[in-house]
Write a protein that binds this ligand. Sequence first.
Ligand SMILES: Nc1ncnc2c1ncn2[C@@H]1O[C@H](COP(=O)(O)OP(=O)(O)OP(=O)(O)O)[C@@H](O)[C@H]1O
Length: 323
Amino acid sequence: MEIADLSVAFDGVTVLHGIDLTVARRETLGLVGESGCGKSVTWLAALGLLPRSAGVTGSVRLDGRELIGAPAADLDRVRGGRIAMIFQDPASSLNPVIPIGRQVGEALALHRGLSGGAVRAEARRLFDLVGIPDAARRLHAFPHELSGGQNQRAMIAMALAGQPDLLVADEPTTALDATIQAQILDLMASIRRETGMAIVLISHDLGIISETCERVLVMYGGRIVEAATAEALFAAPLHPYTRGLLAALPPLEGARRRLEPIEGQVPGPLDMPPGCAFAPRCPHRLGVCEASVPRLAEIAPGRLAACVLSESRMTMPAKAATA
Ligand SMILES: Nc1ncnc2c1ncn2[C@@H]1O[C@H](COP(=O)(O)OP(=O)(O)OP(=O)(O)O)[C@@H](O)[C@H]1O
């Protein structure tokens, strides 16, 4: 999937500013950033799921075919078929008055053209695959009869019904407790290994991203501010915002240290500063940062950052760069 110069405005106020990103087959891509930075809007816009009133410009291509402005019937085939999306709160995404088996069955009929016994057999296979115990009985259950973790597994089963090439998971485990969270992430990883589908994981949690994703995009103020492999990003983050996110994370190993919060708050779309959106919170800001928006530049192969200081950071010893 190739997204180019994707922008979104609500009531004339731009919230997403020219996003460029690609997702390759079988890849796991993480999208991270604080609340309101545009993670969800990027994907809702890409899949044509925003309200009609939203102004969406740019290009979203799947295997070269443009999705922005594509006929509704084409988008219906893509959504759920080629690309599936799961959300934070399974209970609000599932229909509360329809047994979950039937909801999975509808997806199987729509995207795979199955009917009758074939639907029941495949729904059961999918429930087994996502680890819902006693699948035959649970297919008849309503969402309120299942736990949060089981409902999220049912959502994943529904997402898999169309055999998608790409699964976009928007905070899929935020509503779940820590052990169930780990199980759901393991489940997604094992399904990816089996099916070869790509996964885009949207999360505000860098820990989850580091464990799950090969490549990471960091978003701030409706823009991508850093892009790198997970390994490079966690070893030596370039953008001061990424460094701030990492400094605010409790270390799992080594000596305990005081966590450093990022002072201030993410600016809303109406009070976006004129230059770099992070400048008002940045401990290293220069005059130039407040004057113009820094370009997302390739600092090294596969490493992009939108910060005037990132080039010099790249040449600094790692210890100084992360300080
Ligand atoms: N339907 C809408 N109408 C108006 N503004 C919206 C709408 N949807 C999102 N926004 C605004 O777009 C911006 C980006 O929102 P988005 O939901 O993409 O952020 P996010 O990074 O996914 O945050 P979160 O982690 O809280 O979901 C925010 O300022 C939000 O208020």
